[in-house]
Design a protein around this ligand. Structure first.
Ligand SMILES: [Zn+2]
Length: 457
């Protein structure tokens, strides 16, 4: 990083570089002065070494950022941007001062708010005051990115005008990514105006997203838990359910509850573990391959818990030799002969015959064969049985914005009669397109493997 000549107001001056511990982790913080205004760059990781680091150009908003105003979504955007950078481990937030009220200043912004109280929208209010719709200049931002050696970026913004401005200033915007920020009742009209009149991207789920920015999705190498699972043997579960808690419709149709980003996440998990385990019901209903296809990685051992040996002989786990299959059946179950060499049939210890499988006994059989992490992938009964047996280190539970009404239940366990005794654990939350994934960090071992630890509830 270079110290530039302080005599020229049109050159960028790096004033200081220090560290700032925040709710989202420790950021390296640089103060830059350009044309008499001091801006702040918040860095994490080594963005200059990334091909296209995520970058947020955050326009100063005293009311939204510091005073908690719900009139705009600036505070939520700031929080989501810092969280996204922390989750990625690498990225930059440029806090651009002098951008109040899209560049009209704090006093004029509050005057425009008063006009909006009388019924004008944000665009008409600015015009009634004789002010431009948007007066922001991004020259300082482009200069800061150049000084930070990041001239190709993935921009965190729902505003295409920001990407266009950066492009004109010589920064390559490789991608534009929308932050997962929800409207509030008080700012919904304001945000609708920005979508209708200022070309902002529509809400996720609204029609006409073509050409808009991609929602923030899981990037390979930027989701630290995948490497954690590859390095430490954990037992984790993954499940996608509707907002009312079902993994499939009444007839068993499960294509698809969650979106593509969640399914990519599932393939990342499969690639990180040594074994993937499902119940017989999942094989009968979905006939899954249980292989790694959406990402690079080795296929894990496929484990099917099937005490009554009821999965069809022509199911993919028994027919396709793409990965070894461990078929766990009861002592009495009748097993067909002539299965492929990739299938190993093992009789479960006592207790399996009643259909009541002891998850610990299942895990013991799996542990004789693999030493790495194990993914319990479905269905609802199997994941719930491992959860209530206390055998899971983590649970990734994705909830999709869909109501099924009735169907195949997701997570169900005995629970407790009192809310105070309900299961609460440290957690992280991710947005996978339109879906929200919550990672419950269940065991002390998983907490130890996390660095830095997730925020405790
Ligand atoms: Zn604001």
């Amino acid at each position: 990083m270079k110290q530039t000549d302080q005599d020229h107001t049109h050159t960028l001056v790096l004033e200081s570089r220090t560290s700032l511990p925040t709710d989202h982790g420790v950021f390296t913080t640089c103060a830059y002065t350009y044309q008499g205004v001091t801006h702040v760059a918040m860095l994490m990781g080594e963005p200059q070494r990334a091909e296209a680091p995520i970058v947020r150009l955050h326009s100063e908003c005293l009311t939204g950022d510091a005073l908690g105003s719900h009139r705009c979504d600036c505070g939520d955007q700031l929080d989501a941007a810092l969280a996204a950078i922390a989750a990625a481990g690498t990225g930059i937030l440029l806090y651009l001062r002098g951008h109040e009220g899209r560049g009209i200043g704090l006093a004029a912004k509050l005057r425009a708010y008063a006009l909006q109280d009388q019924g004008m929208d944000t665009v008409d209010a600015n015009r009634a005051l004789g002010l431009p719709d948007d007066a922001r200049d991004y020259t300082a931002a482009a200069e800061m990115l150049r000084d930070l050696d990041c001239t190709t970026v993935r921009l965190l913004s729902s505003n295409p005008a920001k990407a266009e401005a950066l492009t004109q200033l010589g920064i390559t915007v490789a991608d534009r990514v929308v932050l997962p920020v929800l409207d509030r009742p008080e700012n919904s009209h304001y945000l609708q105006t920005k979508r209708a009149r200022m070309r902002h991207d529509p809400l996720a789920g609204e029609a006409g997203r073509e050409g808009g920015a991609a929602a923030l999705t899981v990037q390979e190498d930027t989701f630290p838990v995948y490497s954690t699972l590859a390095e430490h043997p954990e037992v984790v579960a993954q499940m996608a359910q509707s907002a009312d808690g079902f993994i499939a419709a009444r007839g068993g149709d499960a294509e698809f509850v969650s979106g593509e980003a969640d399914r990519t996440h599932l393939h990342h998990l499969r690639a990180a573990v040594d074994a993937v385990l499902v119940g017989a019901g999942t094989v009968c209903a979905d006939d899954p391959q249980l292989t790694v296809r959406a990402v690079h990685g080795q296929n894990p051992l496929r484990v099917v818990v099937d005490p009554h040996a009821r999965i069809p002989v022509d199911s993919r786990v028994l027919q396709s030799p793409d990965a070894p299959t461990l078929w766990l059946v009861s002592a009495e179950a009748e097993v067909p002969s002539g299965l492929g060499g990739h299938v190993e049939t093992v009789r479960l210890p006592d207790g399996g015959s009643a259909g009541l499988v002891d998850p610990a006994a299942v895990l013991a059989v799996v542990r004789e064969r693999v030493s790495g992490s194990v993914l319990v992938e479905g269905g609802g009964k199997t994941v719930s049985s491992f959860l209530s047996a206390g055998l899971l280190d983590r649970l990734f539970l994705t909830v999709a914005p869909v109501l099924i009404g009735d169907g195949v239940p997701g997570i169900r366990f005995e629970g407790s009669p009192m809310m105070a005794e309900a299961l609460r654990t440290p957690f992280r939350r991710y947005t996978f397109g339109e879906d929200i994934c919550t990672e419950f960090v269940l065991s002390d071992a998983a907490k130890d493997h996390d660095s830095p630890p997730p925020s405790a509830q």
